[in-house]
Design a protein around this ligand. Structure first.
Ligand code: GCU
Length: 664
């Protein structure tokens, strides 16, 4: 039957090879668990569902191991490594999954299933694994009326109007999918938050979701509207230092915990893009965060305070804004506050240098915010595998404590000994049957979870694993599909924002608009970012320009500040380059731009060819769906190419170099 994508990477297809099936069958005659928690029961149930389907037989769940038979034993006891880790061992011929917490047993069960879905020898499943980051979260930008900010896969998964009485079974499948990749927290509503979620009407709805998620080890969080004391509480102010305001938040927090006893905490967007915040009252981000932290502390809740801020200052460089506002506050935040930083200094562009905040707040836990939804990467039409983007940032060296001070080591807490660690992905899910709109975008959700657990995994390994779980186990086709995935981001960059260009859009963030020069704010135009003129292209952020490079350590600065040696992917992020200047590629700037704008769409033709070659082993409905999207992607890549080339040509006044044809 045609696959509709609903089962994601949890397909549990019957194993075609009889020998493999027989060898697994011998080892799995029962699943034993003392089963004294919902999470343990769900671990056993998932193993049963998976094994029954893969092996084509019924495997019972029992309380104690059956003698003379071989099976899986789920047990809890202290294992090495913190928190959510698990161990898989062979004891005699039994497979034993052990963890200190029941959630660890669940993660170990999913790890075993993942292993079997790839038809690997059972003994190779033996080992131990612990997550490197404590809070591994999805951030949903979902609104109360069901829309999703920057969502391209339908409407919200949460049916607020029918909750709490009706609990859609899909919430359970959502929780299973997350637990299977180790995600243990979810913020259910938009950072541009409606105060409604804090009302007595909505809290029971949120509690109903939390009731489902809890059984899979997932805590529920809410984005809050900072001015809620005024809008909801009827107070005259929302000043975080006002005693009445503090009391209001303390009471509200108590009410939340009465409704949701294991509530995770608050995510806050404040004084950013028009949202209210402590600065409305002359207070700092720390004042605001600490007020909420005080309310949450009795319940072990956390405040996740976002650093996505930038002021409407025409003379300023938006690149520098977050650092300027937050770095001086280092060490001023309460113990249960995490400052969540987007990977780059601007806003989820197809390629950005890492945010200079990483490394510059050693006294404040910094969390990572990645965006899974493809706001700037072709929505659900363009195929972009994001793991290379995530990895590029995680592996970037900040040099704050000398060589090897990677962004990953900052957010996993090992560099500055953070007591709290956090990584968030802005979700790409929605009500579409296949969850993510573009079937291949499921891989971005998957890769995020896998990297949140272990940031040392490679994009290649994750691509192969996901492909095997989701599309096919045919090894040559796995290789062909992962090859497309691994190149897809660079291909998109080539036709969209090559050489360090950024943000050629206005509102929708989809269509090419590099000429866009009018807005209520200069930093909401496209020309602010690329700075094209008759002399050249790019934003000078060296000492002769905005000097944003000053926010990085000398080693990083040195790598980027010299236009001759700056790596080409970052060139126009930091330099205004003359059109005729020769680059390290041997071509001048104009020719190199054209080269990339033209090879981009050509590479989409390559993706189409490569994808056509795997038709035999991929589910027909999925294959047809992706083929159609690749046709559109090609047409739109041409559209991007032509828009950029024709627009920039009005400044460069140079011909399109051979062998490329004229646009259009
Ligand atoms: C981007 C995005 C907004 C979002 C904002 C944020 O600017 O376009 O829709 O609200 O990021 O992260 O807060």
């Amino acid at each position: 039957t045609a696959d509709d994508g609903y089962r994601l990477w949890l397909k549990y297809e019957r194993i075609p090879n009889a020998t493999v099936r027989a060898s697994y069958s011998k080892s799995f005659s029962f699943i034993a668990t003392s089963g004294n928690s919902d999470i343990l029961n769900n671990a056993a149930k998932e193993l049963q569902t998976g094994l029954n389907a893969m092996l084509g037989r019924q495997i019972p769940i029992v309380k104690t191991p059956v003698s003379n038979q071989h099976g899986i034993i789920l047990t809890m006891s202290a294992i090495a490594g913190p928190g959510d880790g698990y161990a898989i061992q062979m004891q005699g011929a039994n497979t034993v999954i052990t963890a200190s917490k029941d959630a660890g047993v669940l993660y170990g069960s999913f790890a075993l299933l993942r292993h079997l879905q790839q038809h690997l020898p059972l003994e190779k499943a033996v080992g131990q694994s612990s997550p490197k980051i404590q809070l591994r979260m999805l951030n949903h930008w979902d609104n109360p009326e069901g829309t999703i900010e920057r969502g391209y896969a339908g409407s919200s998964l949460w049916k607020w109007y029918e909750l709490p009485e009706t609990v859609d079974p899909r919430y359970t499948d959502y929780a299973r999918a997350n637990a299977s990749i180790g995600i243990n927290g979810t913020v259910v509503n938009n950072v541009n938050a409606s105060a409604r979620f804090l009302t007595a009407e909505y809290l029971p709805k949120v509690a109903a979701l939390a009731g489902v998620f809890r059984k899979y080890g997932i805590k529920t969080y809410l984005s809050i509207h900072f001015a809620a004391p005024k809008t909801l509480g009827g107070l005259k102010t929302s000043d975080p230092l006002d005693p009445e305001v503090r009391k209001w938040w303390a009471e509200k927090t108590k009410e939340i915990y009465r409704t949701i006893p294991d509530f995770g905490g608050f995510l806050v967007k404040a004084n950013s893009e028009g949202e209210p915040g402590p600065q409305d009252y002359g207070r700092t981000h720390a004042d605001g965060a600490n007020m909420l932290a005080e309310a949450l502390a009795p319940f072990n809740g956390v405040v996740i305070w976002r650093a996505f801020v930038y002021k409407a200052d025409p003379a300023a460089d938006r690149f520098k804004a977050a650092y300027e506002e937050f770095a001086p506050l280092d060490g001023k935040f309460a113990k249960n506050v995490i400052v969540q930083v987007k990977n780059g200094p601007i806003d989820f562009q197809p390629r950005e240098p890492f945010s200079p905040l990483f490394g510059n707040m050693p006294g404040t836990p910094l969390g990572m915010e990645f965006q899974l939804t493809q706001e700037y990467m072709g929505f659900a039409t363009h195929w972009v595998y994001e793991a290379p983007l995530f990895k590029e940032c995680l592996d970037a060296d900040t040099y704050v404590n000398g060589k090897g001070s990677t962004v990953a080591r900052i957010i996993d807490g090992s560099l500055h000994q953070y007591p709290l660690t956090c990584i968030a992905g802005v979700a790409n899910t929605g009500s579409d049957r296949n969850w993510t709109g573009h079937p291949m975008a499921q891989a971005n959700w998957y890769a995020f979870g896998r990297l949140a657990w272990d940031h040392t995994l490679s994009p290649e390994a994750i691509a192969q694993e996901w492909t095997q779980l989701t599309l096919t186990t045919e090894s040559k086709d796995v290789a062909a599909i992962s090859d497309i995935m691994l190149r897809s981001r660079e291909i998109y960059v080539n036709y969209n924002t090559p050489l360090g260009l950024s943000r050629p859009w206005t509102g929708s963030h989809y269509a090419p608009e590099p000429w866009q020069n009018r807005s209520s704010r200069p930093d909401w135009t496209a020309i602010y970012y690329h700075r094209a003129d008759t002399l050249g292209l790019g934003f000078d952020r060296t000492a002769t320009g905005s000097n944003a490079l000053q926010q990085y350590r000398p080693e990083v600065r040195r790598a980027w500040e010299n236009a001759e040696t700056c790596p080409l992917p970052y060139l126009l992020w930091f330099h205004h380059i003359p059109w005729a200047q020769k680059l390290s590629s041997g071509r001048n700037l104009w020719d190199e731009l054209c080269h990339r704008f033209y090879t981009g769409p050509d590479s989409v033709l390559w993706m189409q060819k490569q994808w056509a070659g795997v038709r035999a082993s991929v589910d027909p409905a999925t294959h047809t769906d992706v083929s159609g999207r690749l046709v559109k992607q090609y047409n739109e890549a041409l559209w991007w190419r032509d828009a950029w080339v024709l627009y920039l040509q009005t400044f460069s006044r140079k011909p399109i170099p051979a062998p490329y044809p004229k646009p259009g």
